[in-house]
Design a protein around this ligand. Sequence first.
Ligand SMILES: [Cu+2]
Length: 126
Amino acid sequence: MTGRGVRLAAGASLLASAAAAACFSERVASAGDGCVAPADSTAGGSPLVRIVDFAFEPSSACVTAGTTVTWRNDGAQLHSSVADGGGWSSPLLSTGGTFTATLTEVGTHTYVCSVHPAMQARVVVR
Ligand SMILES: [Cu+2]
């Protein structure tokens, strides 16, 4: 959390929603690392990575350290999310199944679906 120099809680809240809305609507790739901020899931406001048709969406998600990310299987097959570095490992998720992990380690974390190793994606934590 680098902050944006905002001191008033109300102002911070307004700015945060404005920033999130802008990030969501523009889906801009961040400079350098090519990641996009995932949209918030409807439940709990946790950034959501969808698993659809043998791919993670977004395939390169950027979040700030300490963020809890939710993966949700929107596909028909069983899928999982397993970090190459061992940071997290979901069980097999059936359709509609979700998994959350709180990502605290700054850096680029690559992960795969254990059932379909060709399903590769990453989360950039900063
Ligand atoms: Cu899979």
